[in-house]
Design a protein around this ligand. Structure first.
Ligand code: CTP
Length: 128
């Protein structure tokens, strides 16, 4: 059983997210999504349109997602990777290099983002 983890806000769930999650799941047999809490988003300066509970409801419906945990701090990744016996950490290539310190515990894979779609874009469209 190869266990994979990824992190993010996943606000206004879109096909860029879905493609990321599909490829993440294909790196192993079990995918954990660490979903940013509302408080953590505030700390990051990110204002999500939907609450943690609503974003979690979206992710729970996806066949690629096996477990959702809460992301509350920048520092929890090493602890999560060890606590959940993770083989692969993955995230979009907008983060390339940022999490190489996890290579001490697991594989680290940066995946190409899907072009021309983002939560920011959708939030902008919704407001316009
Ligand atoms: N992602 C992706 N392709 C996109 C958008 C996001 O592969 N077009 C990936 C990100 O690289 C990350 C995950 O999806 O691994 C969650 O990204 P998140 O920041 O929640 O989504 P964005 O749409 O980028 O949100 P924002 O515009 O608020 O930054």
């Amino acid at each position: 059983m190869r266990r994979v983890i990824t992190y993010g806000t996943f606000d206004t769930l879109h096909y860029g997210h879905i493609r990321l999650l599909k490829r993440a799941r294909a790196l192993g047999d079990y995918l954990i999504v660490a979903l940013s809490s509302d408080a953590f988003n505030a700390e990051k300066g990110k204002k999500a349109k939907f609450s943690f509970e609503d974003r979690k409801t979206d992710l729970e419906a996806l066949k690629y997602v096996d477990l959702i945990i809460e992301e509350n701090t920048w520092d929890q990744k090493s602890t999560d990777v060890q606590a959940h016996d993770i083989d692969v950490f993955t995230i979009g290539d907008d983060w390339t290099g940022e999490f190489d310190f996890l290579k001490e515990h697991c594989d680290v894979v940066y995946m190409p983002r899907t072009p021309e779609i983002s939560s920011t874009l959708i939030r902008g469209r919704a407001a316009g």
